[in-house]
Design a protein around this ligand. Structure first.
Ligand SMILES: [Zn+2]
Ligand SMILES: [Zn+2]
Ligand SMILES: [Zn+2]
Length: 170
């Protein structure tokens, strides 16, 4: 965990593709699962958890995997969920007792907004931004999963985001 030192920089510098994201089978949020010692904090209780999740990858900085994308997505350093940074002030983090997510130490991730990119970049549609907590979740229904703002996550006017899922290596 990082400390609470003041910062002036919105995003960590750098560009690349980061593999290692998973969907939590408890809350249905997208979380960073490559830190084997810490899987974040789940609104359903305990850490996030996955068993059958596909493996997902995100481009950050200037890398967008050749897909139409929306930038400004960050990983919360408290709960490890991907959320929309512009809405940080209105967001709700399960690790903060009702307080907001913190994406201040994160790369600037680019989230694909449609399919139809290169065939070498397989994507899965159906991802939505929750209009209660501002985390990204797998939105099979408008009300789905478990939201840190109470009840299930909910999406109303969200884009249908399409996550890059590389051929599984693990
Ligand atoms: Zn979870
Ligand atoms: Zn958070
Ligand atoms: Zn939510």
């Amino acid at each position: 965990m990082t400390d609470d030192a003041p910062h002036t920089q919105a995003y960590a510098p750098g560009s690349g593709t980061q593999i290692g994201w998973r969907v939590c089978d408890k809350c249905y949020g997208l979380f960073y699962a490559n830190n084997q010692s810490f899987f974040g904090v789940c609104p359903a209780v305990g850490p996030h958890h996955w068993v059958t999740s596909l493996l997902y990858g995100l481009g950050y900085g200037t890398v967008n995997l050749g897909l139409p994308s929306q930038s400004g997505w960050t990983v919360c350093d408290k709960c490890y969920v991907l959320f929309y940074f512009e809405a940080q002030g209105s967001s709700v983090c399960p690790a903060a007792l009702g307080g907001p997510h913190n994406g201040s130490y994160s790369f600037n991730y680019n989230l694909p907004t449609s399919q139809g990119g290169p065939s070498s970049v397989p994507t899965q549609p159906g991802w939505r931004v929750c209009d209660k907590c501002y985390g990204l979740f797998y939105g099979k229904d408008r009300n789905f999963g478990i939201c840190p703002a109470a009840g299930p996550h909910h999406w109303g006017t969200s884009d249908n985001y399409c996550l890059y899922s590389p051929p599984s290596v693990a």
